[in-house]
Design a protein around this ligand. Structure first.
Ligand SMILES: CSC[C@@H](O)[C@@H](O)C(=O)COP(=O)(O)O
Ligand SMILES: [Zn+2]
Length: 218
């Protein structure tokens, strides 16, 4: 089995780029890309763990702007799958690993104040424990008073070293991983689901932060 980027219809590629541009614009309006941080991707075409393609944000761009040079297509190794001067996100290998292991359709990464503070607070522990908050249902976990543990990985400078740790912490039930003092990776079947998951994680981080602070006032 082998296929090329050229085998995927222009219509599907155009739709993926438009969806990415729209969600990028929305997240930018929430100040979710401070200082050019963050990266987004959408998978296109067929999926086989050993071969797939996705559109990803180009590295180092001002992600609050909409330009013709915002995205490029890469393969399962994170290498450009077309002739381009653009460089894929420096963190593309983490997207590759998440796609390879989950077969999901979209991966979103943002740096926010709340996800950074919470990742450091629980960094040593290696996971953020959250229980009994309604929005856990956004992850399709419906039991009453459900408890989740959001994994926190060390923020190595070498992205390949972080990517190697992903299989060890991946949990079928939970579409997200924090990098310590860095940000969150959230994913889903498609853009709608990945966005829903990312929003739920951010809500849970903010709630956890504020509730820890409230407890100090007792
Ligand atoms: C400029 S700070 C952010 C980067 O170091 C990185 O963490 C990030 O999220 C964006 O990198 P990029 O290569 O633009 O995808
Ligand atoms: Zn980042």
């Amino acid at each position: 089995m082998s296929f090329n980027l050229a085998d995927i219809s222009l219509e599907e590629k155009r739709r993926a780029l438009e969806e990415l541009a729209d969600v990028k614009e929305l997240f930018a309006s929430r100040n979710w890309f401070p200082g050019t941080s963050g990266n987004l991707s959408i998978r296109i075409g067929d999926f086989h763990p050993e071969q797939f393609y996705f559109a990803v944000t180009a590295s180092g761009k001002d992600k609050t702007k909409r330009t013709p040079e915002d995205f490029l297509f890469v393969d399962q190794y994170g290498k450009a799958a077309e002739a381009t001067n653009l460089k894929p996100s420096a963190e593309t290998l983490i997207h590759c690993e998440i796609y390879r292991l989950t077969g999901c359709g979209a991966v979103f990464h943002v740096h926010t104040v709340f996800n950074n503070l919470i990742s450091e607070y629980y960094g040593e522990q290696g996971a953020v424990p959250i229980q009994g908050i309604e929005l856990i249902k956004a992850f399709n976990i419906w039991e009453e008073n459900a408890a989740i543990d959001i994994p926190v990985l060390p923020n190595y400078a070498d992205i390949a070293s972080i990517a190697k740790l992903v299989p060890g912490v991946l949990n079928d039930q939970l579409p997200g991983i924090l990098l310590r003092n860095h940000g969150i990776y959230a994913w889903g079947r498609d853009v709608f689901e990945a966005k829903k998951h990312l929003e739920a994680f951010e809500f849970l981080f903010e709630t956890t932060y504020r509730s820890l602070l409230l407890k100090t006032l007792k």
